[in-house]
Ligand binder design. Structure first.
Ligand SMILES: [Zn+2]
Length: 371
């Protein structure tokens, strides 16, 4: 087992939740402290409040990964007898780094919105507000027939050839490859200065941009030739759609029953509901955090009910008049990321052979209570 530093942990984390998925202007990444020290304990938090920092100090944490960035507006000064100044002072004195993953964690596959959709039992889940489409490339490689099966397997295993739920997709044609090895070469087939003709296969497959480097290096490693002949073509096809919120089918029930389900699934005592509690609902949209400005997306996608936090009085009126039911369980339901992210990061660190403890913060940061 390897004792990782902060950079190594964050590199793993960003494979799951890359910074490139964040909305423009979002404040993400390392906010306070440093990553170039060994990390024994990581704490996952929704909000970084002073009592959360005290918890981190008490539990000997070196790195906090938080959903809500503690520094959102630019600081003009750091005065240590204000709460914010004192928080920064405590973090630096105790050498605790804070890394924020905000909208990139909302958008990420398996991130906050997927966790919420799963817990509410959404099926046939789609993205509610598309913000990002992955680009695709066509990769063509020429290989001797004897090695074609092995190369197709390697390409598929590293993630090339995904079309919908099908993996290892490729197309092959046979032909003749010709080449003349130059001086100072060490050819797998043929000899220097002599034109050679070999039965070769042209394998073509599709690769998401983000995997291209990895796929090419695996391909070169698995290929028998000293110099691998391959082409990369840009494609107009769009890859996977990523974005904020999720929408999907639910078992038919009344709005009142669904509100109860939301309370149980998201662990809240109260929800605010807009709409007739007796209407039937079969399709639900969910967006963690403040989803006011996206209610029309929920309506457009055919959702009967939209679950999001911080619903304003006037948004509720607008949605009500358009016949869209709404449930507001509060912004704090994003606390689901504490356990969710802990499990994901534990798995990634385990696969990488990292010896590190990762746990969710136990502090309840919901500022609201109901009397
Ligand atoms: Zn939020």
């Amino acid at each position: 087992m390897k004792k990782p530093n902060g950079h190594e942990i964050i590199q793993l984390f960003e494979k799951f939740s890359p910074k490139s998925l964040a909305m423009e202007g979002d404040k993400i990444g390392l906010q306070i402290g440093r990553l170039n020290q060994k990390v024994k304990r990581v704490m996952i938090a929704l909000d970084v409040l002073e009592n959360v920092i005290d918890e981190a100090i008490e539990k000997d944490v070196q790195l906090i990964i938080a959903h809500h960035p503690p520094i959102f507006r630019p600081l003009k000064n750091i005065i240590t007898d204000t709460v914010q100044g004192r928080m920064i002072e405590k973090l630096i004195k105790h050498d605790i780094a804070v890394y924020a993953a905000h909208t990139n964690l909302d958008v990420a596959k398996g991130g906050v919105n997927d966790l919420l959709a799963d817990s509410l039992g959404l099926k046939e889940v789609e993205v509610l507000v598309p913000t990002f489409e992955t680009g695709l490339k066509k990769l063509v490689v020429f290989v001797p027939e004897t090695h074609a099966d092995e190369l197709r397997r390697v390409l598929g295993d590293v993630g090339a050839g995904y079309i919908g739920n099908y993996s290892h997709c490729s197309f092959s044609t046979s032909g003749t490859g010709r080449f003349m090895p130059g001086e100072n070469t060490n050819p797998y087939i043929g000899s220097a200065g002599k034109i050679e003709a070999v039965d070769e296969v042209r394998i073509e497959t599709i690769v998401p941009d983000k995997l291209l480097k990895k796929v090419i290096s695996a391909m070169i490693k698995a290929h028998p030739y000293e110099e691998v002949a391959y082409d990369v073509y840009p494609l107009e096809n769009k890859g996977e759609v990523l974005g904020l919120g999720r929408v999907g089918k639910i078992d038919e029930m009344t709005l009142g029953e669904f509100a109860e389900k939301v309370k149980t699934a998201l662990d809240v005592n109260h929800v605010r509901v807009v709409g007739d509690l007796n209407t039937k609902v079969t399709k639900a949209a969910v967006l963690g955090g403040d989803g006011n400005k996206y209610w029309q997306h929920a309506k457009f996608k055919g959702a009967d009910v939209y679950v999001t936090g911080d619903i304003y009085y006037h948004t509720a009126h607008d949605a009500m008049m358009e016949g869209l039911n709404m449930i507001d369980p509060g912004h704090n339901v994003e606390k689901i990321m504490k356990k969710g992210l802990t499990n994901i990061l534990l798995k990634l660190c385990d696969e990488a052979g990292y010896e590190v403890e990762i746990f969710p913060s136990e502090i309840n940061t919901d500022p609201f209570q109901f009397k």
